[in-house]
Write a protein that binds this ligand. Structure first.
Ligand code: 5GP
Ligand code: MN
Length: 350
C-alpha cells in the first residue's frame, strides 16, 4: 500500500521483542492466524507464509479467513489448512476458543475481521500478536506494527529472517510473501521507494519461484465480464471534478449483477481515476447487500485518505490508500461525497 514517507526505511526490531515472540511460539501448540475481512493478496500472503513457517516447527496451525477471497488468489492457499469463517462460523469460533496463540496479520484491530468474529476476538483470553502495516493499531501482547512498510509481508519477511537467521526461505513461504509485496505495491509501482524491498524480492526469487508465472496467476485471470465491468465503470460511471482535482466511480448492486460481479472483480478499479493527470484524490463506491463499500486513494501524501476515511466514513487504512463504509443509500452516499469533494474536505485542512 501507499506509505506516508518516501524516505528509505529500515525496520528495526528489539532483541527483546524477537525473544518474546520466540517464547510465545515455543509455549503454544494450537496457533491460529487471522486476517481482515475481504482478504487481499497481502492478507492471504502473510497468513500463508506465517502458517508454513509455524508448520516447520510442527505446530497445530490454522488460518482463519473471515469471508471468501478472490479466485485468482486461490493458488497461494494450496497445502494450507484454513477455515472461511463466514461459511462455517461454528468451526471458526470453536477453533478460536481452543487457540493458545493468535496472530493477527495485515489488520490493526479486531473490528477488521467483521462484526461476528470481532465479538469472539473481544472475548478471547489467549495471547494475541499483531503483525501489520496499518496506521493506528490497537495494543496486543506484542505489536509488530510498521506503517512505514509497503506490506505486512515485508514486516513478516524481516521477522522470519530474525527467527530463522536465514534470508532465503522455502518456495512456498517465498511465493506467499512475494504475493503480498507485489499486490500491496501495485507491482512495485507505489510504496516502492525503500531500497530494502528490492533486496527482499531478490531473496524471494532465490527460492526458485518464477516471478513471471506468478504475475500471470495473480493479474492475468480476468473473466470477460470483469474486464467489461472495468470498461463500463471508466467510460460510463467515472465523475471527474477538474477544479477540485478529484474523481469517483460509483456502482450499484444492479450494475454489478449485470456484469456478473464475483468477489475480487473490483480489486484495483479505484486506482484508474488516479491515472488522470489532473486528479490527486479519488474514490470507488460499490453497493453491497448490507452496505456501501468505499475505497479512497490519493497520489499526494499531503492528502491523507486514512484521516478522511476515519473522520467521515467509518474506516481507515493508509495515508494514500484507505477504505470505509456507509449504511445509507447509494444516492445519499454519492451526494455526501460530492459535497465533500466540492468543499474539499479531503484536503483535511481544518
Ligand atoms: P481497499 O480500498 O483496497 O479495500 O483498502 C485500502 C486499504 O484500506 C487497505 O489497506 C485496507 O486494509 C484498508 N481498509 C479498507 N477498508 C477499511 C475499513 O473499513 N476500515 C479500516 N480501518 N481500514 C480499511
Ligand atoms: Mn497490506
Amino acid at each position: 500500500m501507499h506509505t506516508e514517507t518516501s524516505q528509505s526505511f529500515i525496520m528495526r526490531f528489539t532483541k527483546k521483542d524477537i525473544l518474546k515472540l520466540e517464547e510465545h511460539i515455543t509455549k503454544a501448540n494450537k496457533i491460529t492466524v487471522i486476517t481482515h475481512y475481504n482478504p487481499d493478496g497481502d492478507a492471504l500472503g502473510s497468513s500463508v507464509a506465517l502458517y508454513h513457517y509455524l508448520k516447520t516447527l510442527n505446530k497445530d496451525c490454522l488460518c482463519l479467513i473471515p469471508n471468501p477471497y478472490p479466485s485468482n488468489l486461490e493458488f497461494v492457499l494450496e497445502d494450507t489448512d484454513f477455515i472461511i469463517a463466514e461459511k462455517s462460523f461454528k468451526n471458526a469460533k470453536q477453533r478460536l476458543l481452543q487457540t493458545d496463540l493468535l496472530f493477527l496479520v495485515d489488520m490493526n484491530n479486531n473490528s477488521r475481521c467483521g462484526d461476528n468474529l470481532e465479538k469472539v476476538l473481544n472475548e478471547l483470553s489467549c495471547t494475541k500478536i499483531l503483525i501489520d502495516h496499518h496506521l493506528k493499531p490497537d495494543a496486543f501482547a506484542l505489536n509488530f506494527s510498521y506503517p512505514e512498510s509497503s506490506a505486512t509481508c515485508e514486516v513478516l519477511y524481516n521477522i522470519l529472517k530474525r527467527l530463522t537467521k536465514r534470508k532465503v526461505f522455502s518456495e512456498k513461504i517465498s511465493k506467499a510473501l512475494y504475493l503480498g509485496l507485489i499486490t500491496d505495491t501495485g507491482s512495485l509501482s507505489y510504496s516502492n521507494d525503500n531500497p530494502e524491498i528490492y533486496s527482499i524480492i531478490s531473496n524471494l526469487l532465490k527460492s526458485g519461484l518464477k516471478a513471471s508465472k506468478l504475475h500471470q496467476k495473480i493479474f492475468d485471470t480476468y473473466s470477460v465480464s470483469r474486464l467489461r465491468l472495468l470498461g463500463y465503470a471508466i467510460s460510463h460511471k467515472m465523475k471527474v471534478f477538474s477544479k477540485e482535482r478529484a474523481a469517483f466511480i460509483s456502482l450499484s448492486k444492479e450494475e454489478l449483477k449485470r456484469y456478473n460481479y464475483q468477489t475480487g472483480d473490483l480489486e484495483g478499479v479505484v486506482n484508474y481515476s488516479l491515472k488522470l493527470a489532473g486528479v490527486d484524490f479519488c474514490a470507488l463506491l460499490s453497493e453491497r447487500d448490507d452496505k456501501i463499500r468505499m475505497s479512497f486513494r490519493s497520489k499526494d501524501p499531503s492528502i491523507d485518505v486514512n484521516l478522511f476515511a476515519r473522520k467521515f466514513w467509518n474506516g481507515g487504512g493508509h495515508v494514500m490508500a484507505s477504505g470505509g463504509k456507509s449504511y445509507e443509500k447509494l444516492s445519499e452516499v454519492e451526494r455526501k461525497l460530492t459535497a465533500q469533494i466540492k468543499n474539499k474536505s479531503f484536503l483535511n485542512n481544518d
